[in-house]
Design a protein around this ligand. Structure first.
Ligand code: 3LM
Length: 399
């Protein structure tokens, strides 16, 4: 999957892009600029910067030199024109929504989304006069029927959190653009190493950088990658005036550090997850497993075209439903019982009572996942140890 925008390989740019040590006293790593404000040489400079007539930093909520390095690197890796780093994935999503939408506008969102994204769209923004309709975006014809002139934004994750449905980005981008809607893809599960939505026609990519981009479970961060004109609006309206969700310089540094090993980590996550998905699928305790790399996945071929590899996330339903799922979670010893994903540690959680508790039980069924679903974020531990832990926990249920 060559990156057309990059003169060198993806890994090289994940390590070097946008930073030259010789510009900073030879420091191998970018300095962390711990400052909230910036001095102007004279009053006129400040006014010019505020008016957007001159380049330069103004205040920490709109920019920071450490963060700028991260932003240029993320834009290059996603093949977008520009990027904005934020304090969390939710900060990124709300910055986009507050900036682009007004009373009377509509959002169309895929049927399944991360729980707080669903909560935001389904429970929160309606009172500001913005209506969201949930459509099965794995069926582009359903989107074609649902789009109206009021649809400003179409939002999808692919693969979706938690049930791994895969959406054809190019097909839905084409439909969005026929009516003037913008397509936002949450690329958290894939990272630009596995999938680059902008090259497939998406207008806006959002990340929870808390996950694979940071990669070590030690920070909260987010990002938006889009055309320069949009990114400037998100920065000066969404972040500066509306949600204030700016990233700290230190978290920018930590994400830059995480990016250096992104390709190594993703290759390992994908390789181990693929092997475990096969092992788990073969176990009699498993009723259904959702992993895009398996032949049994409904969008297996699309995933093969759209993604470099199938990612590190697995969802599964156990025979015995919720009760069996709870027993399984309590039986694992190496996997950690925790929400979040993309860390070195394998994490196991129960969406219905944790990440997706924002859906009612009926909504979960309507939106395509059961109360018994268990989600695994496959970590970087040795495959044999993970296999022993997960299969051992399933075997215990059978006893
Ligand atoms: C989780 N997800 O365990 P932050 N987009 C996607 C996400 O998965 C997430 C966000 C955005 C989980 C977090 S649940 C309380 C823990 C696809 C987060 C939001 O704001 O950086 O957490 O990203 O699935």
């Amino acid at each position: 999957m060559p990156n057309r925008m990059l003169s060198q390989g993806f890994s090289t740019h994940a390590i070097h892009y946008g930073y030259n040590p010789l510009d900073y006293h030879g420091a191998l790593n970018p300095p962390v600029f711990l400052t909230s404000t910036y001095a102007f040489d004279r009053s006129h400079t400040g006014s010019e910067r505020f008016a957007g007539a001159a380049e330069g930093y103004i205040y920490g909520r709109v920019g920071n030199p450490t963060t700028s390095i991260l932003e240029s690197r993320l834009a290059a890796l996603e093949e977008g024109e520009a990027a904005l780093a934020t304090s969390s994935g939710m900060g990124a999503l709300t910055a986009v929504i507050w900036t682009l939408l007004k009373v009377g506008d509509e959002i169309i969102a895929d049927k399944t989304l991360y729980g707080c994204t669903f909560g935001l769209l389904h429970h929160q923004i309606e009172r500001f006069g913005i209506v969201t309709r949930f459509v099965d975006l794995t069926q582009p014809t359903e989107l074609a029927a649902a789009l109206t002139p009021k649809t400003r934004l179409v939002i999808t994750e692919t693969p979706s959190n938690p049930n791994m449905r895969v959406v054809d980005i190019a097909a839905i981008a084409d439909l969005c653009h026929r009516t003037g809607a913008l397509l936002l893809v949450d690329n958290t599960y894939c990272t630009p190493y596995l999938q680059r939505p902008i090259t497939l026609g998406a207008d806006i990519v959002v990340h929870s950088a808390t996950k694979y981009l940071g990669g070590h479970g030690d920070l909260l961060a987010g990002a938006i990658i889009a055309r320069k004109e949009h990114v400037e609006q998100f920065r000066f309206t969404g972040i500066k005036e509306m949600n204030g969700a700016c990233i700290s310089a230190f978290d920018s540094f930590l994400v830059l550090r995480g990016l250096k090993t992104l390709t190594l980590r993703m290759d390992r996550h994908c390789e181990t997850a693929m092997k475990l998905a096969h092992d788990l699928e073969a176990h009699p305790g498993i009723e259904h497993i959702y992993y895009p790399g398996l032949d049994s996945h409904p969008q297996n071929r699309l995933a093969g075209r759209q993604m470099r590899a199938f990612g590190g996330m697995i969802a599964m339903e156990l025979h015995g439903g919720l009760a069996a799922g709870r027993l399984f979670m309590d039986a694992v010893q190496l996997a950690t019982r925790a929400v979040s994903l993309g860390d070195a540690e394998t994490l196991v959680q129960h969406p219905a009572s944790m990440t997706h508790a924002t859906y009612t039980s009926e909504e979960r069924i309507q939106h395509g996942f059961t109360d018994g679903l268990i989600r695994l974020s496959v970590g970087l531990e040795d495959y044999d140890d993970l296999r022993t832990d997960l299969i051992g926990a399933l075997d215990q249920l059978a006893r």
